[in-house]
Write a new protein. Structure first.
Length: 256
């Protein structure tokens, strides 16, 4: 007799998390000593007011353990592929000869083939809500693809700065970005002063140069806002939806 096995656990859309988890206050409580707030970080965030949406800065500064997810954002995340399945790795368990139950989250089956839409969609929503007309994303090809989907959902213009070396090796991602009406810049580019300078030093480009070009671009346009795929707490907050889904799915599987 073949043993009945549950390979895939699907969370109903009605059970999607209603709030993101903010790890900052949770981690602060876990520390034995409460350190004073870093004045350098406060200064950096104040500087970012020139090119980051106020609603996103408010989340970055928030001490709340939970951040409510707007209904409009929930609907957009569903369109992009949420919730994603949780699957049981039976073959891996057998190969490892382990009594542990191993599960993995299929973030790769979303429209952008990555969980980065979890981060991009909320940022585009808040930027549009704050009145911005253009988004700027800098980083790798997956981040640019996710940003292009998010910008399209909000009918916002988008400029993406990608290292030239990455852009040349990830042609399918460029196509998706341009299908979503994004303007893609190979970094270092001739479109910014940073790009012109770095083209002499590192013509293949880097994430750091792309990021610097994006910030320079946004700083010159009051209608433009940068969206971030990493570096700050806010992307971690938005990415928590995957973990919160996984917790609910583990409960469905009876293992949490």
């Amino acid at each position: 007799m073949v043993e009945a096995r549950v390979h895939k656990i699907i969370l109903p859309t009605s059970d999607l998390p209603k709030a993101w988890l903010n790890p900052t206050p949770i981690l602060a409580k876990m520390k034995k000593e409460v350190k004073p707030k870093n004045p350098e970080k406060a200064d950096r965030l104040a500087e970012m007011e020139k090119y980051w949406a106020p609603s996103l800065l408010a989340i970055e500064r928030s001490d709340s353990a939970e951040i409510p997810i707007p209904t409009s954002v929930v609907n957009l995340l569903i369109w992009a592929g949420r919730p994603t399945p949780l699957q049981r790795a039976y073959n891996l368990e057998r190969a490892l000869k382990t009594p542990a139950k191993i599960f993995y989250k299929r973030e790769d089956i979303q429209y952008a083939t990555t969980g980065k839409t979890n981060i991009a969609i909320p940022q585009a929503y808040y930027a549009a809500k704050d009145g911005f007309k253009r988004l700027i994303a800098a980083g790798g090809a997956q981040w640019g693809t996710a940003a292009s989907i998010a910008a399209r959902y909000q009918d916002l213009k988008l400029d993406v700065y990608l290292p030239k070396e990455s852009l040349e090796s990830k042609e399918p991602h460029r196509i998706v970005m341009e299908v979503n009406a994004a303007k893609v810049h190979g970094s270092p580019s001739e479109d910014t002063e940073v790009g012109k300078q770095m083209a002499k030093e590192d013509p293949n480009g880097s994430i750091a140069t792309a990021f610097s070009e994006g910030v320079e671009d946004a700083s010159k346009d009051d209608a433009a806002a940068v969206i971030f795929g990493n570096f700050f707490n806010t992307p971690i907050v938005f990415q928590s939806i995957a973990g919160l889904e996984a917790v609910a799915q583990c409960r469905m599987a009876g293992v949490y």
